[in-house]
Design a protein around this ligand. Structure first.
Ligand SMILES: [Fe+2]
Length: 266
């Protein structure tokens, strides 16, 4: 059996994978799943999957999820197009740390993003990732105890909502009413704990009215400490795959033409 070629980032926030996904075998998918659980985000470099091959690969990780805010690709209903043009102004889609669709009752477990067209210039349009295993481990003991059984209130109208407006103007659905859910702030994957608190969506904490703002603001700045973060620069064909329960991510501001294909799975 051929092993996966991989290399973790220097600070262990994520892992690069160099195996050609066009020829990936079943045993290798199992290995990829283990790496995904361990590192939270995987960066597949030097890839050239067609939309069909991309959808096939994603189907190994779960059932395609519907994204309530945008219309899907016209030919591939599992793919959502995240596009920015040189002439677009305002924030990039998804700018600001968040985890995808956390306002849903069952948020998608994993998100895939494929670079279809990206600006040539180094550092333009990078995506930031923040590892929430490492963020949890670095919490003061008293905060770990405090949040152990708390639930956050997640809303589709949280801070990140404003970055969606531009995309919704051209590809949006008409579903604009607020969606809200409650989730535990501490989650566990393979026995390791993570902080599950999406700064772009969390608007409160259940049964903690007086201290909630202070706690949310403490967590939000702790979660994105540079010790747990990695800035990924895209090349055409690259695919990133991350767990929404162990990573936060954020788009960065840029001007240029960029087209990404996004798939989320449940
Ligand atoms: Fe996102």
């Amino acid at each position: 059996m051929s092993k996966i070629e991989f290399e973790p980032t220097d600070n262990k926030v994520g892992c690069f994978i160099y195996t050609n996904l066009k020829e990936v075998k079943k045993e290798q998918i199992d290995e990829i799943k283990k790496l995904l659980n361990k590192y939270g985000v995987l960066f597949f470099k030097n890839q050239s999957l067609s939309p069909k091959e991309y959808i096939n690969f994603s189907s190994n990780f779960g059932i395609p999820a519907k994204y309530p805010m945008l219309k899907p690709h016209k030919d591939f209903k599992d793919i959502y197009v995240i596009e920015r043009k040189k002439t677009d102004t305002g924030k990039s889609f998804g700018e600001g740390p968040h985890t995808d669709s956390s306002y849903l009752e069952s948020p998608p477990k994993f998100t895939f993003l494929q670079a279809v067209e990206v600006p040539e210039e180094e550092g333009k349009g990078n995506t930031l990732f923040y590892n929430q295993f490492l963020a949890y481990e670095a919490l003061p003991e008293e905060i770990k105890q405090k949040i152990e059984n708390l639930k956050g209130i997640f809303s589709s109208q949280g801070k990140i909502a404003q970055t969606r407006k531009l995309r919704m103007a051209d590809h949006g659905t008409s579903e604009i009413k607020e969606i809200k859910s409650e989730h535990k702030l501490v989650q566990s994957i393979d026995g390791r704990k993570t902080i599950y608190c999406s700064p772009g969506h969390v608007v409160g904490i259940v049964n903690l009215s007086s201290e909630q703002e202070e706690l949310i603001s403490f967590l939000s700045s702790h979660q994105i400490n540079e010790n747990f973060s990695y800035s990924f620069g895209w090349k055409k064909g690259d695919i990133a795959l991350w767990s929404n329960r162990s990573m936060l991510h954020a788009a960065t501001a840029f001007n240029g033409d960029r087209k990404m294909f996004r798939i989320t799975v449940q």
